[in-house]
Design a protein around this ligand. Sequence first.
Ligand code: ADP
Ligand code: MG
Length: 604
Amino acid sequence: MPTPKPIHVLSDYVINKIAAGEVVERPASVVKELVENALDAGATQIEVEAVGGGRQLVAITDNGCGMGRDDALLSIERHATSKILDVDDIEHVATLGFRGEALAAVSAVSHFTLTTRAAADEAGTEVTVVGGKLSDVKDTGCPAGTRIEVRRLFFNVPARRKFLRADQTELVHIRQMFIVYALAHPEVGWRLVVDGREAMRLAAGASLADRLRDIVGADLSRQLRPVGIKRHDVSVHGYAGLPAAARQDRTEQYIFVNGRPASAPAIYHAINEGYHTLMPPGRHAPIFLFIDVDPEQVDVNVHPTKKEVRFRQPGAIRDAVIEAIKHALQPAPAAAMPNSLLTMPPPLAASTAPTATQARLLIPDLPPPRTFAFPGLPMLPPAPPATPIGPGAALPPAAPTAQAAPGAAAAPWLWCRVLGQVGGLYVVLETEDGLVLMDPHAAHERVLFEQLLKQYTSHAVKSQGVLAPETVELLPAAAEVVRDNLPLLREMGFGLAEFGGDAFIVDAIPACLGGVAAQAVLAAVAESLSRGGARGGDAHWVEEAVAQAACKAAVKANDVLRLDEIEQLVVALASAAMPYTCPHGRPTIIFTSYGELNRKFGRA
Ligand code: ADP
Ligand code: MG
């Protein structure tokens, strides 16, 4: 039997060092804690500095309320906070912090200097702490507000130091943290200084749209659509990216709950759901969502470093987010949607009219560009041939946005010129904003999908009899799906009867799918649904079935298309509600803006 060891109470010094391990993981966590304090102090200007990936120095300067000498000394004590008094206060705490742990933890594992002055005080205070031990306190002259310098993080915790990554990696985390808070607070002015050089400067008093454009750039912000709904007690606003801007991870997804950076499985599910049929699984559109709910509906008292929040009623949040996204991606009234959500600088074509030298380079016998009116109007007569024909010279007269009825889609182009097909497949288009490559199969799928789904949901599917009814023999699992869903398939426009065993007689198919073989369409729909398990709500089932049918009926990759067929497709796609992806989420078009081309050719 081992002899029991005596128990003793740990000293504050040891406790702080242990706690520091929980609160401070890396230099970016220092940025998080200090930036949150600056925001809680009401700062309107915050500067973040990092040297050597934040290991050598992280410094945060703010113009917030500052502290007097007594509070400055108290602030570095463990469990010292000005933000709550009692545990019930946590329920409606409006500040980002409330535990009173951060300054104690950070100063326990670094060389820490706090310089602060309350506006009303004459002199400021400078407090120095080294590895948790107070080493100096003195009066100092300083501007109102607070500056905290954290040097040599983890100098006294070699185990933690070993876990830090290369400076560059730590810097990426710092930058990310900076961006999160800069997005959450466009009203605040921000500056990020890296190794002595200004890396980002964001003006105070910005709108969310301005802040987004400053951070993510003009190209991405063109692909964002405004989100804004309120359902009962949940309000969701922000911006949702078009599927074409999706990527493989969630790094461009920013979620804020009651102003705090947050994550929750319920929200991610809801986002996926909102993008259902617009994106393949595993792709994630950029999204900037601000969710506001009654504070009592959210539990923020989870682990201090975790962004995860818990909701009392996750269902309500989920429904609101799904609806908000679906709504945002739907066509918006043309007047409010001049091709993009944010107020953009004038399109490149208008601002850089070709000069005489450029005009000489133009190829003289390209087909003229066509002007398109949306939505769904037939192609307008070709623009009058301009002399000389070319991108600039041939700019059509005022684009016909004004004619577009409310409900018009955010058309991907107002005019375009079909230049031809490359690789025996891709269609090349010139538009007012740039160059477009279109996959005709994916585009056709999208067009058929929307037609059929629209007819289905308005109970107006046109069914078309087939000349000779076909017997379709299905695999057992597929046959079962069809049997279980006969009424639904009939509403979709299939004329169907059981023929015994796993066979069915098909005597009609949805008219918009044109003359495809009934056998092929039905088998594809049934088999894919049986593979997918055909579960989920009816809405899902129908969307999936319609998507399959559209895929089967769409032009095939190696079909040769005539110019007029391509033009029809271009018009139909541009009038689609969601023209950027096929129903399985693959892109229909790849767009390269003239801005991007100019950059690539070094014509800044
Ligand atoms: P918490 O933020 O949870 O209260 P901290 O350890 O982060 O705990 O900060 C302790 C206290 O120090 C805060 O409650 C606040 O009163 C004060 N404080 C910290 N940073 C600042 C700042 N930048 N400006 C003004 N006061 C601050
Ligand atoms: Mg704090």
